[in-house]
Design a protein around this ligand. Structure first.
Ligand code: TZP
Ligand code: MG
Length: 225
């Protein structure tokens, strides 16, 4: 399946980031602004609430014909018929996720090192979330801050493999650094396929505008290039 990873929205349900906005409305605004794929990431709600909110978001993403993935929870993804799942290194193993979700599902894995990235690529991940790029309050206690230099090393190593995997950078991405991250990653063969963003869109006063600004920055060669 051809998936556009260029502007990947990852949701956050914490009041500090949502600032009174309704999450489903924020996702719709972000879709209007041009996000190309959406992941529902919610570490606190109970299962019934996860399923309810995931269903609501999925109704919206289906209207915009954008793939919808669930973070961590294969059971929730299966329950609502989501297009995919994103798992971290401590979640269900990739082979089991693939068996449960089927060959057409979009499966993403977080990778913070060359070894993690290569293992997930060999294991048949469709894409890798590479990071953490920059320290971010959205995800505290991240194992490692890899920066653009670390991302470049991972991309260089992946490009030498037969297995083809898409990649998105995540962690502290915003309108001020998006073009630089993409530009610097291009020095490593094909570069990143996209950028994953949480607070720069979910926490924006105007999520549609924030998404649209990021989308045009991503599509445009940087002024400094
Ligand atoms: N994984 C690595 S960093 C991160 C996740 C889920 C959070 C990124 O959030 P933000 O607000 O875009 O920095
Ligand atoms: Mg996880």
């Amino acid at each position: 399946m051809l998936v556009d990873y260029s502007l990947y929205l990852v949701t956050d349900s914490t009041p500090a980031i949502l600032k009174g906005h309704n999450l489903v409305d924020v996702v719709e605004a972000a879709l209007q602004g041009g996000v190309t794929i959406v992941q529902y990431r919610d570490k606190t709600s109970d299962t019934a609430d996860l399923i309810k909110t995931a269903r609501e978001i999925h109704e919206v993403t289906l209207r915009y014909q954008v793939p919808f993935l669930i973070n961590d929870r294969v059971d929730v993804a299966l329950a609502i018929g989501a297009e995919g799942v994103h798992v971290g290194q401590d979640d269900m193993d990739l082979a089991t996720v693939r068996r449960l979700m089927g060959k057409n599902a979009i499966i993403g894995v977080t990778a913070s090192s060359i070894e993690e990235a290569r293992t997930a690529a060999k294991g048949g991940a469709d894409y890798l979330g590479l990071g953490t790029l920059f320290a971010t309050p959205t995800k505290e206690n991240t194992k490692s801050i890899v920066g653009t230099a670390g991302i470049k090393e991972i991309l260089a190593s992946l490009s030498a493999m037969d297995e083809k995997v898409s990649t998105v950078g995540i962690g502290g991405v915003n309108a001020s650094n998006a073009q630089r991250i993409l530009y610097q990653s291009k020095a490593a063969f094909k570069g990143l396929d996209g950028l994953a963003v949480v607070s720069a869109i979910v926490g924006a006063d105007d999520p549609k505008q924030a998404a649209s600004d990021l989308r045009s920055l991503i599509g445009r060669p940087p002024a400094f290039a």
